[in-house]
Design a binder for this molecule. Structure first.
Ligand SMILES: Nc1ncnc2c1ncn2[C@@H]1O[C@H](COP(=O)(O)OP(=O)(O)OP(=O)(O)O)[C@@H](O)[C@H]1O
Ligand SMILES: CC(=O)C(=O)O
Ligand SMILES: [K+]
Ligand SMILES: [Mg+2]
Length: 577
């Protein structure tokens, strides 16, 4: 380990600097007053503004907020990064680190500390808890264990809470782990609540309108088609159904009704996206400080806006991100608005495949990934990626091809569901996601593939437009120059996310002073989030970062770095001294 060197040389080898300050040439057409209203200003601007007469209401540009205090930091301040990523950087160099992020659903197979640790070591970036199952106490214990591992073992695993939603689902089978439905058997689906244990071949249904809505001849599709029934008779609150596709019924499995080849959207379509139970779970998530809330069965952007304003009022200063789950037929009509209103999206292929014909699911997946990229929102692809690994230690070739395709399509993250929640091989499944991602990403880079996706302007102000352009240009420069990394100093994570949108071939080292921003960046493809306090003196930031990263073996002299600054709105290309 190197010792502190107070005379560590200043950055010398800047051989190219594109300085996009407000008055430089490329933005001559931009009226100054708009630029000066940016929330953060360059050091030069700050100084000028300090001499403004702030009390005068006629002054133009209008009074700006005071510049951020510049704290001079002693040389070695701590830099924190997830220890698994650190090991990967040391071992393989930055170019070969994994870009695709991995989400694991935590269930009975993985809820203990040793199992959670094994997943974290295996590359889990986000732990997902599904409020469809288990009690709040159970979930609280999982959250506490993840937090403790982060603190004690140096991981940076984020927590995602997934709501139940109020679509139609079965009850909990009176406590049984599962129930087998055989071909031709008659089962009773009832709106009555049963005492446990349930009467034989009976399940309760959470939706009170169920018996009124169904018609004889309707198909009841359980768990996206794992089991199927046909309605043969209705008697009061009970609906008698004959099993036509036998299989295992699991507690709280989702139910979809089909009639004449299409989904029944009657009064059940009026069920709220966020149920009263979900609101309690959301309060729980806010209180526990989870990083993401994934909202099930989102139908419109309004519900996301409503939830965001609720959260903003309750969790001051918190960085809770809302992920819209695209998993119902109604979400498809409003896809763009929903994604725009959210902080990210998840393609929930499980429930989606119960609501639209299966052969349409791949197109929805592809479209959602594309829209998310264009609108700069991270996107997770979920369900059945490695379904056979619930039972077997190796995946099918088709599953491997599917995972590889999702990575090629440019998704930010892959998710394990039953494979990690209740499967026999959670760590092996995670290892498959990791190795397939790495191999697919490498092939992409080796073939020097540049994707040609149009990235439209998305910001509403000139300053956000400048940020977007800088990030697109920086990503392209990094590819053309074969850079080892892009560095970005970011307080809100926004610049890091814009860089991720440009999908450079090298990783993005995002330095942020806030733990919640660091964890939130765990969902962005190609971003390695570091916790680091920085100032608005870019040269000192860079020198400090080079010093700290070199000392830890995460970069080395001669590495080529593209540096993007939020503060200066600039791009620099630097060889690490
Ligand atoms: N906390 C838990 N307790 C018990 N079992 C769980 C838990 N979480 C998940 N499982 C089991 O793992 C399976 C897959 O979990 P997952 O949460 O991914 O379900 P899903 O049906 O894909 O998601 P969703 O309900 O959001 O559509 C569940 O069907 C359930 O059997
Ligand atoms: C993940 C999820 O909710 C689904 O696939 O339905
Ligand atoms: K859910
Ligand atoms: Mg679902």
């Amino acid at each position: 380990m190197s010792t502190v060197n107070p005379t560590f040389p200043a950055t010398k080898s800047i051989f190219h600097t594109l300085h996009k300050a407000p008055h430089s040439k490329p933005f001559n057409h931009v009226p100054n007053h708009i630029l000066i209203r940016r929330p953060r200003m360059s050091a030069v601007q700050s100084k000028v503004l300090l001499h403004d007469d702030r009390s005068s209401s006629t002054t133009f540009p209008p009074p700006a907020p005071p510049p951020p205090k510049q704290i001079e930091l002693a040389y070695p301040v701590a830099i924190e990064v997830d220890k698994v990523t650190e090991a990967e950087l040391k071992e393989n160099g930055s170019r070969s680190t994994r870009r695709t992020k991995l989400v694991c659903t935590i269930g009975p197979a993985t809820c203990e500390s040793d199992k959670l640790e094994a997943l974290a070591v295996g590359g889990m970036n986000v732990a997902r808890i599904n409020m469809c199952h288990g009690t709040r106490e159970w979930h609280r214990a999982v959250i506490e264990r993840v937090r403790r591992l982060n603190e004690e073992k140096g991981f940076a695993v984020a927590i995602m809470m997934d709501t139940q939603g109020s679509e139609i689902h079965m009850g909990d089978l009176g406590g049984a782990a599962s129930a087998k439905a055989e071909d031709g058997e008659i089962w009773t689906f009832s709106v009555r609540a049963f005492n446990s244990p349930c009467p034989e071949r009976s399940v309760s249904v959470n939706y009170d309108g169920f018996a009124e809505d169904v018609k004889v001849g309707d198909e009841v599709v359980v768990d996206g088609g794992m089991v199927r029934f046909v309605v043969v008779e209705k008697t009061g609150p009970d609906v008698l159904c004959r099993c036509c596709d036998p299989g295992l019924l699991l507690p709280r499995a989702n139910l979809a009704l089909w009639r004449n080849g299409s989904l029944v959207r009657e009064r059940n379509a009026m069920l709220p996206t966020i149920s009263s139970k979900d609101w309690l779970d959301i309060d729980f998530g806010i209180a526990e400080g989870v990083d993401f809330i994934a909202v099930s069965f989102v139908k419109s952007a309004e519900v996301i806006k409503h939830l965001k304003s609720y959260i903003a009022a309750r969790s001051r200063g918190n960085n809770l991100a809302i992920i819209a789950k695209i998993e119902c037929i109604d979400s498809l009509k409003n896809l763009e608005d929903i994604i725009q209103a959210s902080d990210g999206a998840m393609v929930g292929r499980g429930d989606l495949g119960a609501q639209i014909p299966l052969e349409q699911v791949p197109a929805v997946q592809k479209k959602t990934i594309q829209l998310c990229r264009q609108l700069n929102k991270p996107v997770i692809v979920a369900s059945q990626l490695l379904e056979s690994m619930i039972e077997y230690p190796i995946p099918t070739r088709a599953e491997v091809a599917d995972v590889s395709e999702v990575v090629s399509q440019g998704a930010d993250a892959l998710m394990l569901s039953g494979e990690s929640a209740m499967g026999n091989y959670p760590e092996k499944a995670l290892a498959v996601l990791r190795s397939v991602s790495l191999r697919t990403e490498r092939r992409w880079r080796e073939q020097k593939q540049h994707d040609t996706m149009e990235l439209p302007a998305i910001g509403s102000s000139i300053s956000t437009y400048i940020s977007e352009e800088i990030c697109i240009a920086a990503a392209r420069m990094a590819n053309d120059l074969d850079a080892d990394a892009v560095f970005v100093y970011t307080t809100t994570g926004h610049m890091a996310s814009l860089l991720s949108r440009g999908r450079p071939h090298c990783p993005i080292f995002a330095f942020t002073p806030t733990g919640s921003v660091q964890r939130r960046l765990n969902l962005q493809r190609g971003v390695i989030p570091f916790l680091l306090t920085f100032t608005n003196d870019m040269e000192s930031n860079l020198n400090r970062t080079f010093f700290l990263l070199k000392a830890r073996g995460m970069i080395k002299s001669g590495d080529l770095i593209v540096v993007v600054s939020d503060i200066l709105q600039s791009i620099q290309v630097i060889k690490v001294p």
